[in-house]
Design a protein around this ligand. Sequence first.
Ligand code: SAM
Length: 243
Amino acid sequence: MADQVNFGDELVTPDEKTRRVAKVFSSVARRYDLMNDLMSGGMHRLWKHRFVDRVKPRAGEDILDMAGGTGDIAFRMARRGARVTVADINRDMLEVGKERAERRGLPGLSWKQENAEALSFDDNSLDAYTIVFGIRNVTDISAALREAHRVLKRGGRFYCMEFSSSDWPGFSDLYESWASKAIPRIGKLVADDEDSYRYLVESIRRFPRPPAFRTMVADAGFVRAGADRMLGGLVTIHSGWKI
Ligand code: SAM
């Protein structure tokens, strides 16, 4: 990996990026779900629903929801009968997730603190690996993709949802202005934390474009690595198979 990596628009050492990302998510954990609704106008619920439809979790499957945070994706997959492990590097995000799962009476979920770059799971042990709005925060993305490939069984499915940039005329400008101006302001008002939300916006802008990320997924060993764009490309679902 390079000596310097992007933390939003800033260049920092890889260790510093991991530390600062941890600080961002510890700071936003308690307001994370409310902020998701405010920042996306509730759209994130629709995207997540659509994502889980693509994954098609089945009863009895073992699925790892990596960077699973407060559990939104895991809850939807567990309701379909899959055994889901929510893994995240950040203990504060996991704590909020566990409390939400208890309130909703959702059994069958496991929670683990894990770094996506170096997983504790056995080789060839999982039916599916999901990561939603998480991978752009990982310091060494290629290492995380290699780990996803290692832990999946043959025939296992990889699914990742990330922001990308829209090519609908006018929409991308509108989105850019919303993201760069409004989101940090909402972050300040609601969570008293403008900087964390500025980082989140910058990290979206810095994330590789879908064709480049698709190549990274294929380089990690996944076949039929594909990218399906939603909402004119604002959000993309990347997928691949381990054979
Ligand atoms: N997947 C959840 C969702 O869609 O609501 C949470 C997404 S949140 C934007 C990003 C998550 O990535 C945070 O919970 C953060 O702690 C986690 N994360 C960042 N770097 C990570 C790493 N190296 N390994 C595991 N999780 C990581």
